[in-house]
Design a protein around this ligand. Structure first.
Ligand code: SF4
Ligand code: SF4
Length: 445
């Protein structure tokens, strides 16, 4: 194609990409740690319930918990060995969460009913959805919404478009990029399954145009498999990979305020989730490992690692020769939306796309100054909000005003705070405001 169309949305920012550090590093297998910690909460929704007891022997792929409801998924052993404890352990989303701890016997024994099912293409919609839930799949882009729920829209919501998210717009992260280059078949086969289940009419993959090699590889694979999917080269702009912005850029539809993509006939899945869907449906293989980008100037040897779920961060860092002398803040995810970590014994979970370690200097918080009403935050907001006003409302506990200025539409992308010359921590105030408005609404019901 001579002319490359580049699509986008309004607002957004251009933070330094910092992807060079790991974008050329092939995915390497991380050796399993001496023990894994499998938290019962690794997805949005009801926590899973443990179904094993201390002393039980498990193989890789054995379920260690069951779904706690429809919006919930089970988890599985990622090593073979013995359950040593079921107890609260540090969790990357904060606090302690009930977890199944498994001592690794080093045998790497898999559950024996896992393997290629040559007849998987004949499965019914319901059977496919059941396999996806049984495999414990939750969105691997970081949002961790149970995958089977997104595939079960209410009957009045007709889905015509499936979009795969390969934008990977967060700075530093390269896990999806590498997966697209190295595992295109799993992604496209998984997309084919998702497309069938949803009964969609069109399928599109959105990738930022700084990953032309991945765009090329996926286009080739789609042609080879003779599938009707299109790959779109998207403008390099943050947050291009946010669900609503991705939909706007690719099919020019707007998700209504407070609504979901399925309200406008659309479902979005991450490319990593599509690959895991293929494993779950064609192999009955549960989600027991994922690609994680270990990066930043605070890491001695940055890498893209295939990590068993439940591996403590400390073990992952050891595989990268550890942290530098001047290592500072540790973030799970990218610098824009990731979460600061306080305990390196917390485990990699299904939504861990990256572990970013900054230097002390990079971690220093800049002093907050008074607002100079420059409106940069307004121009940057991809949701068309007034971040400065929202911040002020929340600061002064004017939650009704925050609500009527659509605080709940904020997608917490951090663009406003990134551009603010006064270093005002707008996201902190806005997140707080969202919480208060949601609490208020709950009370009113
Ligand atoms: S107000 Fe919310 S959506 Fe808008 S830029 Fe700030 S964090 Fe992003
Ligand atoms: S970017 Fe910062 S200084 Fe400028 S208007 Fe927004 S809050 Fe005020």
């Amino acid at each position: 194609m001579g002319f490359m169309s580049s699509k986008s949305f309004s607002g957004g920012i251009h933070p330094p990409a910092s992807k060079k550090i790991t974008e050329s590093s092939s995915i390497v297998k991380c050796p399993a740690p001496p023990a894994v910690i499998i938290p019962m909460q690794q997805h949005i929704g009801a926590p899973a319930k443990p179904i094993v007891a201390a002393g039980d022997a498990v193989r890789i792929g054995d379920p260690v918990s069951e779904s706690g409801g429809f919006v919930s998924v089970p988890s599985h052993a990622s090593v073979s060995g013995t359950v040593s404890a079921i107890e609260a352990r540090p969790h990357p989303l904060g606090g302690k969460v009930l977890s199944v701890v498994i001592e690794n016997d080093g045998q790497e024994k898999w559950r024996d009913d896992i393997g290629f099912d040559a007849k998987y293409a004949e499965l019914s919609r319901k059977e496919i959805i059941n396999r996806i839930q049984a495999a414990g799949l939750a969105g691997m882009g970081g949002a961790t919404f149970p995958t089977h729920v997104k595939l079960s829209p209410p009957p009045d919501k007709k889905i015509d478009t499936l979009i795969l998210n390969g934008a990977e717009c967060e700075p530093y992260l390269t896990a999806d990029h590498r997966l697209m280059l190295e595992e295109p078949e799993r992604i496209i086969r998984g997309m084919e399954i998702l497309f069938k289940v949803l009964g969609a009419k069109s399928g599109a993959i959105g990738i930022e145009s700084n990953k032309m090699d991945a765009i090329k590889v996926l286009r080739q694979k789609i042609a080879e498999l003779n599938l009707p999917f299109k790959v779109y080269a998207l403008h390099v702009k943050y947050p291009q990979g946010a669900e609503k912005q991705l939909i706007k850029a690719i099919i020019n539809r707007r998700v209504p305020a407070g609504g979901l993509p399925m309200d406008i006939g659309c479902v979005v899945h991450n490319v990593g989730t599509a690959a895991a869907v293929y494993d779950a449906v064609a192999y009955r293989r549960p989600l027991v490992e994922r690609v994680v980008t270990i990066t930043g100037a605070g890491i001695k040897s940055p890498k893209n690692l295939q990590v068993p779920i439940g591996t403590p961060f400390s073990h992952v860092f050891n595989q990268c020769n550890g942290l530098t002398q001047d290592a500072g803040k540790i973030i799970m995810g990218g610098p824009m939306m990731g979460l600061a970590q306080s305990d390196i014994e917390a485990p990699v979970i299904k939504g861990t796309s990256g572990l970013l370690v900054l230097t002390e200097k990079q971690s220093r918080r800049k002093q907050e100054l008074p607002c100079i009403s420059c409106a940069h935050c307004v121009d940057a907001c991809p949701m068309g909000l007034l971040p400065k006003m929202l911040g002020q409302f929340v600061k002064h506990e004017r939650f009704d005003d925050a609500e009527s200025y659509h605080v709940l539409d904020c997608i917490e992308c951090g663009s406003c705070a990134f551009v603010c010359p006064a270093n005002i921590n707008l996201v902190h105030w806005i997140k707080n405001g969202k919480l208060r408005v949601m609490q208020k609404r709950k009370k009113a019901n």
